[in-house]
Design a binder for this molecule. Sequence first.
Ligand code: SAM
Ligand code: SF4
Length: 350
Amino acid sequence: MELPEIVAWLKETDAARLTELWRQADDVRQKNVGGEVHLRGLIEFSNCCVRLCAYCGLRAPNDGITRYRMSADEILACARQAVDFGYGTVVLQSGEDPGTERSWMAGIVRRIKAETPLAVTLSLGERCVEDLAAWREAGADRYLLRFETSNRELYDHVHPPRPGRSSDRLGLLRWLRGIGYEIGSGVMIGIPGQSYDDLARDIALFGRLDLDMIGCGPYLVHPDTPLGDPSFQPLRPEGEQVSANELTTYKVIALARLTCPKANIPSTTALATINRHNGRELGLVRGANVIMPNLTPPKYRVLYEIYPNKACIQETADGCFHCLRGRIESLGRQVGSGRGDSKRILDFGF
Ligand code: SAM
Ligand code: SF4
């Protein structure tokens, strides 16, 4: 799809045309990745972070939250729970936290791989290549790192680099692919200052990166962050500024599916946060094929506050599992079996 066509879809308001977009995305999803919905158990194992991302409540200077790091045994207990629920993957996610040491993390990955059949996805931010290689060596299968926006100026403003280093998430993603990780990326939808052209370029970039996984959700304001102050990054004029709304999120999911037919695409928690009633289900019938039920113990889950009022914050792992299973079955879809690997890996072996 050419950029003008993507922009036109992002601005489309005609209900009949949008129904056609949802139908196309759902057909392409069915033909390429089938009717299974893969469940990835999310373990938010640390909310410590050294970064200054202007959008995120975990940013280092936010002293309004209590910081935690789960122990290795606590993480392993969550992984065992994932096996009991029949999940094929655990996603270990955290702030960018140098306190998560290379050998400690490698030990956890090794234990999960030795004691369970789970695929392991890591999402720990921009770590050095030595760390990332050691974790791959230990058995980690996948790495998630959103590039957030392809507008470089906006990216640098809302995601300042660490002193003396540049932030090259695209370079890191390519490097991760090269050492055998399945790679996942994505963007926030409706960041102040993000134009429709920017978002269309983001979607085209998903295709060029040939992503295995694409995670996109609406940007949600956290009041205790720089972006919580409207003067930090003004909105673009009406008609140019992307809305951080539900409809735009469905459009991005559908267009990501058309651009990357074989990718694994989650219906995200941020989407469920803006439509608790059936946001996840609508994502699943407009191109998505993955859900990430939360396995983080509730006492930590409430502290992983990247934005306020996150969906499912008070649920137990057991509650999430049963609720999501029911929602998937209500659509006539099946909970996926096995690891739910990328079709690229299954078809081509690399
Ligand atoms: N620290 C790692 C990183 O940044 O890649 C992983 C954890 S971070 C919390 C995961 C994702 O949360 C980010 O890539 C970003 O897209 C999303 N996020 C952070 N703040 C958000 C907000 N206010 N609204 C929506 N998504 C947000
Ligand atoms: Fe830290 Fe990730 Fe939040 Fe940025 S988005 S502040 S790196 S947790």
